[in-house]
Design a protein around this ligand. Structure first.
Ligand code: GDP
Length: 369
């Protein structure tokens, strides 16, 4: 007979379906007592944090607990999908607690980048979100840039309190946590996993020397990010592996750019102008006439317009159209969450349309670069 089981480490409901979600336990581990999930097993035996995910509702329950405590919050976001990786409602849920905003993957920005401009841009957006950011740290987990500053900031701002690390999936949180583990844990201290009473949310605690903890929370899953909707294979293609090489396109009104068959960008109306594409070079761009675009997509999606393949395309929601009006005199980006962005270079104004899988967040913002 079936009985409900919980992880003896973190309290997550045990499950065998999804290795990426909280409470996953492989078949062979069911024989042991007490049963612990794979994530707790790795922490216990290898001192290694791994990525697990949680949906928005459960995540907000967990954030609710943070608001009632005094803590320092480290929020990691991804510069390649800044708005997509922001946690909605974070300001409300962390209460008055200070936030260190760690902006990861800066290695993806072009080598020649005005970093002060990026920091100011991030500060401005964080402020609009109502976040009480005490510091913005630009970093690259991959290139090992900026981590020292993250660790200094933890020391500087935590003031004897616990430190919560929060972020969306795929922002590089595990990489950062593992770095914190190697810097903080004296290896005699055993890493623990714990759960909040009344919830089944796995969190990991890294003990600090004053009896406080660094608390790793599961990565939140946002369906509005293309990165959450595509296959693993396509994920490797839409996430850039090296610094972005901006691609400039001079377009006339009535022209369209396809991003494989993931998305489509229409220049509907406006004076001839240039658009700069910031996206992975593993997603080929295809230029065509707007009037031919529907037909081209119908006949060539998943083959000439690829990735994704015809088969993987069936797993994605159908394209939905978003109309955007760019005002005169503004320098803006059009972000397709998870895929990249298009910088509109002319300040003459334009009418644009973006077609992207239904649910994917499309926004207009002040240009980042
Ligand atoms: P988590 O889901 O937030 O725990 O993120 P992971 O640490 O598992 O990283 C998610 C993905 O982002 C992996 O494919 C990493 O290789 C990649 N990644 C992490 N940090 C960086 C970074 O600084 N730069 C780049 N370019 N990729 C990164």
């Amino acid at each position: 007979e079936e009985e409900m089981n919980y992880c003896g480490g973190c309290g997550a409901t045990l499950q065998q379906e999804d290795p990426g979600a909280t409470g996953y336990v492989p078949e062979e581990a069911l024989q042991k007592e007490p049963i612990i999930c794979q994530r707790c097993f790795r922490i216990k035996h290898y001192n290694e944090a791994s990525s697990v995910t949680l949906n928005q509702d459960d995540f907000l329950k967990l954030l609710g607990h943070i608001g009632h405590k005094e803590a320092l919050v480290i929020n990691i976001v991804d510069i390649f999908d800044f708005e997509g990786s922001l946690i909605s409602g974070l300001a409300r849920f962390v209460g008055g607690n200070p936030i260190v905003l760690v902006v990861n993957k800066i290695d993806l920005l072009p080598k020649v980048t005005n970093w002060n401009r990026i920091v100011n841009w991030v500060r401005r957006l964080a402020k609009e979100q109502g976040l009480k950011v005490v510091e913005v740290v630009l970093c690259s987990a991959k290139k090992n840039i900026g981590f020292d500053r993250v660790i200094q900031a933890v020391e500087q701002y935590r003031d004897g309190k616990d430190v919560y690390v929060v972020g969306a999936t795929n922002v590089g949180k595990s990489t950062l946590i593992n770095r914190l583990i190697s810097d903080y844990s004296d290896l005699e201290a055993e890493l623990t996993t714990s759960h909040y009473p009344g919830t089944t949310l796995g969190t990991v605690e890294i003990p600090l020397d004053d009896g406080r903890n660094i608390i790793d929370t599961p990565g939140i899953v946002y369906q509005h990010r293309l990165t959450e909707l595509v296959s693993k294979k396509d994920l490797g293609k839409i996430m850039p592996g090296k610094p972005l090489k901006p691609m400039v396109y001079q377009l006339n009104e009535g022209q369209t750019l396809f991003f494989g068959s993931f998305a489509r960008f229409d220049f509907v109306r406006g004076a001839r102008q240039s658009f700069t594409i910031y996206a992975s070079n593993a997603v080929p761009l295809h230029r065509t006439k707007l009037e031919k675009a529907d037909e081209l997509y119908a006949n060539h999606k998943g083959v000439m317009l690829a990735p994704p393949s015809e088969k993987d395309l069936l797993e994605l929601p159908p394209l939905a159209k978003h109309t955007l009006h760019i005002q005169k005199g503004k320098s803006v980006d059009v972000l397709i969450s998870g895929l990249g962005w298009i910088k509109v270079n002319s300040e003459a104004g334009a009418e644009l349309a973006v077609h992207a899988p239904k649910g994917v967040k499309i926004i207009q913002r002040d240009s980042l670069i």
